[in-house]
Design a protein around this ligand. Structure first.
Ligand code: NAD
Length: 369
């Protein structure tokens, strides 16, 4: 098959890590007989430098015409870069927010997977880690508290702030369906997280999730209160497969889950709409402190490309092959600087490599089926 991939290299380490993901896609194409036609889309600081705005209508149209978009990262040093002396709506990040909105990306997916080889970066006790864990946090991205009406006013001489948390049944149903679809590709368990003992919006959330669950008899569905989920993530993370939750709860829980897996350079993510389209990007930023040094970890971007194959193109075997190659490179004791062991005696057991070398090592490990 031929796939048309919009590629946003962006700023900072973006172009370096995207180059490695593109090499991996080329290798997958050669091994499995696909073509990934990549078309560069300008967004972020580089777009400001070129055309004065972080995202043009033409760039949005390019993204819409793509089967999926793979992104590196955007932005610069927020203290020193001239991009941050511009009005907020002209700064690099405004481009990303506008793109997400234009593409109606309402579902955010963040896997939290603990690699055996990187266990020591996990702050949890050995007995809790066990054989490791592998979960997917699915967060609603365009509704809830962050998008509700808000105001700050003085009432009878007292300054009062108000935020509103609104969800309608359609918003809940569409994210729930995506969550159950994702669970069907995994271990078929959904933990829906809410605060149904207190919030009306959570009671509606739970009711609609239960309705959707009936359409997926192969997937087991449980409900968990958000405060309990925050505890369970550090007490017994192995119990989770897909965690399905609303915007604010997901914001907090996805950071907690990623913290227990180790380096930011390993964490991929996806934002999906109600078609097969998705925007795939590493969870980290443009890392201006290491940009241009050739030392950034490309794995999160390469794993984001694997997510793109799995969730936008239904190429599960190909996605498995990328994930297996990443695991193999780690098992063969190759590490970028951010995932090097901290203890001196363990450092001599691994080989430190740069961005390009890590990309090559992963490409070499993608085997013919
Ligand atoms: P950051 O994620 O860029 O960096 C935080 C730390 O993690 C840095 O020390 C960095 O070197 C390290 N790091 C990040 N990715 C790495 C990788 N692949 N390999 C090795 N180390 C890595 O966060 P920040 O410094 O707060 O933000 C820098 C810029 O990135 C800002 O302009 C911010 O707005 C932007 N940002 C963009 C995105 C995005 O593109 N989606 C996300 C977050 C931040």
């Amino acid at each position: 098959m031929n796939y048309h991939v919009g590629v946003i290299s962006g700023d900072g380490i973006g172009p370096e890590i995207i180059a490695e993901a593109k090499k991996v896609l080329d290798r997958i194409g050669a091994v499995y007989g696909h073509t990934f036609e990549c078309e560069e889309i300008l967004m972020g600081g580089c777009s400001i430098d070129a055309v004065g705005v972080p995202l043009t209508e033409a760039a949005i149209a390019q993204a819409k015409a793509s089967d999926a978009v793979l992104m590196g990262s955007i932005g610069g040093n927020t203290a020193t870069s001239p991009w941050y002396r511009l009005e907020p709506q002209l700064r690099p990040e405004a481009g990303l927010l506008k793109l997400r909105k234009s593409l109606n990306l309402f579902a955010n997916l963040r896997p939290a997977y603990l690699y055996e080889e990187l266990k020591e970066a996990c702050p949890l006790r050995e007995d809790i880690i066990g054989d490791g864990f592998d979960m997917m946090i699915m967060r609603e991205l365009t509704g809830g508290l962050y998008f509700g009406a808000r105001k700050t006013e003085e009432i009878d001489g007292v300054v009062t702030a108000e935020d509103t948390l609104t969800y309608n049944e359609n918003e809940i149903r569409r994210i729930a369906k995506r969550g159950f679809d994702i669970a069907m590709k995994r271990r078929r368990k959904v933990t829906s997280v809410d605060k149904a003992n207190v919030l009306d919006s959570s009671r509606l959330w739970r009711k609609i999730v239960e309705e959707v669950a009936k359409e997926y008899p192969e997937v087991s569905c449980e409900h968990m209160l958000v405060d309990n989920c925050a505890m369970q993530l550090v007490k017994d993370p192995k119990q989770f497969d897909v965690i399905l939750t609303e915007n604010m709860f997901g914001d907090i829980l996805s950071d907690e889950a990623s913290m227990v897996t180790g380096s930011i350079g390993m964490l991929s993510s996806a934002s999906l709409n109600d078609t097969k389209f998705g925007l795939y990007e590493p969870s980290g930023g443009s890392a201006p402190d290491i940009a241009g040094k050739g030392i950034a970890n490309p794995i999160a971007t390469i794993l984001s490309a694997a997510m793109m194959l799995r969730y936008s193109f239904d190429l599960d075997k190909e996605a498995d092959a990328i994930e297996a190659a990443v695991k193999q490179a780690l098992q063969d004791n190759y590490r970028t600087i951010d995932i090097m062991p901290q203890e001196e005696e363990k450092k001599s057991l691994v080989t430190q490599v740069g961005t390009k070398e890590m990309g090559d090592l992963i490409v070499e490990r993608i085997q013919k089926p």
